[in-house]
Design a protein around this ligand. Structure first.
Ligand SMILES: NC(=O)c1ccc[n+]([C@@H]2O[C@H](COP(=O)([O-])OP(=O)(O)OC[C@H]3O[C@@H](n4cnc5c(N)ncnc54)[C@H](OP(=O)(O)O)[C@@H]3O)[C@@H](O)[C@H]2O)c1
Length: 349
């Protein structure tokens, strides 16, 4: 089957844009007002602050404006409570904006709460494109994930991310300049990767059993991801393209967990589990509160999260090594964590 990637990049890459009747010429584009979905999350918080700091007006749509008032500290940011799954609501919110960024994604499903990959990734992607078209928004940045593949993804998460990405391009490309981003695991002060392992390691006895120890990852710094979004936003060379985003080095999961323990000064023996025990751990942890590890997560880890193409370099971004930032935030030598501790002490956590 011919995938969307076979025709989209060549059409937009051809130097002078092939501009058949009815297809917008995207070459000249100035973006001042941006509407962000998922702007309150780990990735979103950084991207929103970066864009606002560069003088953009940013509207963040959220289910919980009260919980995310910290974003309002940055001038130029506005929080709006709205149901992003309702197309008419989105269309009304997108009106008057030059660009939309869709960062919404979940790592696990919670069907009883209506949170499924189909709804949050696939259906939302369709709704966003439709709302952009109707509101005449001409620029869309879409967050996918490395190894996202509608047909060959190893997990439901990856297949749904792949389908959402393909649908976004297929449905929107004639009228909207679309760029998607496919990061490996993202690290930074508020991440749920190093911080999650740090939490588990602190609670663990001397031996720490680790599922999928040999899976390879190339962690990419959140500051570099934000730079990639910023670099692409008004750049016609990025229209119709997808960018794999990876850090400068590749590690096994076991190496990264051992590194986390070293940063914390903890003596732990990280014991890699074989496939059978890894699957068993996923089956058990799937029932723990918050689902710390699921069978679908296990399946995602069956494929190395390593880039074939260097998307950061293509966008002129130099990758940051884990050594440059992780030790500071894991050891708490970080402004925000210090601030959060003070808030906690003051009973305002
Ligand atoms: N973090 C990583 O290592 C990583 C790696 C690769 C790809 N990604 C992708 O990057 C994106 C952002 O990830 P993240 O780590 O920043 O996630 P996150 O911290 O969990 O934030 C997710 C955001 O999505 C919104 N959201 C979540 N579920 C929703 C639902 N059911 N309905 C409406 N809104 C919902 C939340 O907004 P409100 O709660 O404010 O409404 C929140 O702002 C995702 O698409 C993810 O797949 C992340």
């Amino acid at each position: 089957m011919l995938s969307v990637w076979h025709f989209l990049p060549s059409r937009y890459n051809s130097g002078s844009l092939n501009n058949p009747k009815g297809v917008t010429d995207f070459r000249a584009m100035k973006v001042n007002k941006i509407c962000v979905l998922g702007g309150t999350g780990f990735v979103g918080g950084h991207i929103v602050q970066r864009l606002a700091a560069s003088g953009k007006e940013v509207t963040v749509i959220t289910r919980h404006p009260q919980r995310n008032r910290n974003l309002l500290v940055t001038p130029g940011v506005r929080l709006v409570r709205a149901d992003i799954h309702d197309q008419a609501t989105l269309q009304a919110q997108f009106a008057e904006h030059d660009a939309v960024i869709n960062l919404v994604g979940v790592l696990n499903e919670f069907p009883r709460r209506g949170v499924t990959f189909r709804k949050v990734h696939v259906e939302l992607a369709k709704t966003v494109v439709e709302a952009c078209r109707k509101a005449k928004v001409k620029r869309l940045l879409h967050m996918s994930a490395l190894n996202a593949d509608e047909a060959h993804g190893t997990s439901e998460y990856l297949r749904s991310k792949g389908l959402a990405e393909n649908q976004t391009f297929i449905a929107g490309s004639a009228e909207i300049a679309i760029t998607s981003f496919r990061p490996s695991v993202i690290f930074g002060p508020d991440d749920s990767f190093f911080n999650r392992f740090a939490q588990l390691l602190r609670l663990s006895p001397a031996v720490f059993p680790l599922a999928c120890p040999n899976s390879k990852l190339s962690p990419v710094y959140i500051g570099d991801v934000a730079s990639a979004f910023e670099a692409a936003l008004e750049n016609p060379a990025s229209f119709g393209k997808h960018y794999d985003l990876c850090g400068p080095r590749t590690f096994t999961l076991k190496e990264l967990v051992e590194y986390t323990a070293r940063c914390l000064g903890l003596k732990r023996l990280v014991a890699g589990l074989g496939q059978g025990l890894s699957k068993f751990q996923a089956r058990v942890f799937e029932f723990a509160p918050g689902k710390p590890f699921t069978r679908d997560n296990y399946l995602s880890l069956q494929m190395d999260s390593v880039c074939k193409d260097d998307g950061l370099a293509a966008l002129g971004v130099s990758p940051t090594d884990i050594e440059a930032v992780v030790p500071a935030y894991l050891s708490g030598k970080n402004q925000r964590q210090r601030y959060n501790r003070f808030r906690g002490l003051a009973g305002r956590g």
